[in-house]
Design a protein around this ligand. Sequence first.
Ligand code: NDP
Ligand code: 8X3
Length: 256
Amino acid sequence: MKKCILITGASSGFGEACARRFAAAGDDLVLCARRLHRLKELQASLSSHCRVHIQPLDVTDRQAVEDFLPALPDSFQGIDVLVNNAGLALGMEPAYEVDINDWETMVDTNIKGLMRITRQILPGMVERRRGHIVNIGSVAGNWPYPGGNAYGASKAFVKQFSRGLRADLLGTPLRVTNIEPGLAETEFSLVRMKGDASKAGDVYTGTHPLSAEDIAEIVFWVTSLPTHVNINALEVMPVCQAWNPLAIDRTLGNEL
Ligand code: NDP
Ligand code: 8X3
């Protein structure tokens, strides 16, 4: 049965790939991001497959998020699947050198933006007794690494918030899933390295990372399972990625 899919951050990477995947299934799409020209291009390429509504939206703008749902055309109001994908990492500096503005932008986008959209969409899903929220977390929410500080913490929030939603929604048919990708090649690293294409490229050198299409297939799969099945969390890494041993410093000597 055809669904109505709302994807935040649909202008590139996972969000765009999810749009293409759901479009291939003929679902209705509501696509948001800040870059309207990207959304327009995507809409043009998908509109022969399905109905597509695009909406410029900055998820850090609380008023814009509150105005978002009422402004949707009636035929797109019944959101069945919310893919909470808009997000970013900024910088790799250690916590004692980081630009506090970067931390705040990550919190405003990855935490507050995701909460605001969820709060807008969830009441309608509960009322219609139909819906699936798919949050895009990260391995960074499970495993700390140097320079991951606030980004990892924001994704740990997404993990626990997803569990909390499930707890609140027990007794309804609604589903909640947290997808936790590892290394994936999108515009993510270009954004994190603030436009430095060389540094962003280095992140993937010699690897075979996940693709945006890999993640889109997983998002599509979790939403296509029988309606009594809830994937709570799904951590996915490329084969070339795993854990390091715990780090041990051998330089401090007598200073401690
Ligand atoms: P991209 O940079 O390719 O895509 C990020 C998307 O988020 C863009 O469409 C961007 O659109 C949107 N976005 C960013 N800020 C805002 C905002 N304030 N309001 C609305 N939209 C916004 O990266 P990915 O596709 O990789 O990232 C998607 C999600 O996946 C993020 O949450 C990221 O943290 C997560 N992730 C990424 C991994 C990776 O290695 N790539 C691994 C694990 C998780 P626009 O700029 O047009 O607003
Ligand atoms: C993105 C994955 O490992 O760069 O969420 O933090 S990682």
